[in-house]
Every structure is written in C-alpha cells, then in structure tokens.
Write a protein that binds this ligand. Structure first.
Ligand SMILES: [Zn+2]
Length: 295
C-alpha cells in the first residue's frame, strides 16, 4: 500500500518579464461570503460564481518577488497570522522557493490592509520578517491609517483590523520607510497609483525589453464577479465609487494594451490577460510552463 498524496507542493511560480524574473508566492486563501460585495445583486454574484464552477467566495492571497538587476523586492507580504489558518504562508513558501527573506532589500506595499501588510512583522517578538528591507509605499497610506480622526470614524472591526493592525505592522520599519507618489520605485518597476480601494492603493508596472507586467494589487477581490460587473465593489473599499473608477481605468488600460496582469486576489499563480467580453471583461489565465528558458 502506498499513501495517497494529501498536500500540494509549495505555491511558487516564476514568470520572466524581459530580464526580470517575477516569482508568485502563495499566501494561501481566505473563504468568505458574498455579503461584503457592494453595487451588485448578491444572487447575480452567486450565479456568476456558479457559472465559473466556483460555488463559494474563495479569495486567493498572493505576493510577488521581483528579481531585477541583482536585487530583490517583494510586493506585499501576505496576511501573517491575522486572518484565517488557510493563509499566512508567504514565509514558508519563500523558503521553499530558496528565497531568503534577509536577501529582500525592498518591500513594496500595494496598500496597508492586513492580507498585504500583516506579513511584515512577527508580533510575538516585534521583529521584522524582512530584516534588511526598506518599506516603500504610497504616501497616502500611512497618512490615512495613522489618522486618528479617520480611525475614530471607523467601525470597531475596521479600527482593529485595518487601522491598528496596519500601524503595528509598519511601525518596526519606521526608520526605513520610503514614501512615494508615483514614478520608478525599484529597478524596472513603476508605481501606478490606483486609489479608491484605499487612499494610496498602488499597482506596480514591471517593464523590461518589450515586455510588461501589471501587478494590479486589489483591482479585484472576486475576479469572476468584478470582471463581469466592473462597478461591483467591496464593503472594505475606503471609497467605493473611486475604487470602481480606478478598476474600470485599469481594466481599460490592460485590455487595450494587452498587458499581462497579476493580482493579489487572482487565482494562483495569477498571470493572466484581461479581454473584453459581452460588454464587460474576462480573465484568461496563462498556461503553466516548466522552464523559464522558453519564456
Ligand atoms: Zn486584499
């Protein structure tokens, strides 16, 4: 008798963009319900998921390592131990990929929500999980999440999970934080502000040679629903209307220019193209390839 497999090999996938290699690192997934969706009929959202053979709202969480010009950056850090036991695997999967967290010199944050920034610091000892990295993010992120007035207006859940969690996670990086508004933030990587989901929510465009990749952050949380209905947003969008405007602008840009996309909440490893379909959009995932030589 031989045992049947019960566990996947670690969630790691490399994609070459010109001279740059981008490694998708799975943090795991978060299951939730559709009540957090906004500007969409819940039954319609449920039907779109059923049509895609996805009976529940299962949200993948991804981070991306960028290897460029002898340096490495990570875009977002996963959810640490703040959310569900099905996520929080960034460090484990980095190790499996042979990537030493100490070798990462820059952490680029799309925004300060716990599924992105809660993997920055080990709160059991207050130590940085990327000990040699500077932290780079849009200046509106700390401006908002450290704003006591905004925190006072938030409900209890947001106060704890967004404001306080974000503050304690970025605090150990205070003396090594670089704030940006736009422009090149790492070799070959340009910040593309896409605000609305949060006040400083930022996508990152990676370009090398003739190739481009848009790591679009939280442009979508429920891909099947939001590509079909771009107005659909989430209860935790800081500004629902602005998030929808940003989503449509991003969709139009990557679909028009045929830019490869990756996202924190696209199904792992997430590399896909967005195409226009039936008056809206659909994502076409890239086929898996085993060797970077053929890319
Ligand atoms: Zn997120």
């Amino acid at each position: 008798m031989t045992a049947q497999p019960a566990q996947q090999i670690p969630g790691v996938y490399h994609r070459k963009i010109g001279d740059i290699v981008v490694t998708a690192i799975s943090d795991g997934y978060l299951d939730g319900n559709l009540d957090v969706m906004r500007n969409v009929d819940v039954e319609q959202a449920r039907q779109l998921l059923r049509d895609a053979f996805r009976p529940a709202r299962r949200t993948n969480v991804n981070a991306f390592v960028i290897h460029s010009k002898g340096r490495s950056a990570i875009v977002d850090t996963g959810s640490g131990n703040y959310l569900l036991p099905t996520a929080g695997f960034v460090q484990r999967n980095l190790a499996a990929a042979g990537i030493d967290a100490k070798s990462i010199d820059t952490v680029l944050l799309t925004h300060m929500h716990p599924d992105h920034s809660a993997g920055l610091t080990d709160m059991s000892n207050g130590e940085r999980l990327f000990p040699n990295a500077e932290l780079a993010m849009h200046e509106n992120e700390p401006k908002h999440w450290f704003d006591d007035g905004a925190m006072a207006r938030a409900d209890e859940r947001s106060k704890k999970l967004y404001f306080l969690a974000g503050r304690e996670q970025v605090e150990p990086y205070r003396d090594r934080t670089r704030l940006f508004t736009k422009g090149e933030v790492f070799p070959g990587v340009t910040a593309v502000p896409s605000t609305g989901h949060t006040p400083g929510h930022t996508a990152f465009l990676i370009a090398s040679g003739n190739e481009q990749l848009m790591i679009w952050g939280d442009t979508v949380h429920v891909p099947e629903v939001q590509t079909a209905i771009p107005e659909a947003g989430m209860a935790f969008d800081t500004d629902l209307a602005a998030a929808a405007v940003a989503r449509k602008r991003m969709f139009d840009r990557v679909a028009t220019d045929g830019i490869l996309v990756a996202g924190m909440h696209l199904h792992f490893p997430s590399f896909s193209h967005l195409v226009r379909q039936r008056g809206a959009y659909a994502l076409i995932p890239e086929p898996w390839v085993h060797s970077l030589d053929g890319m």
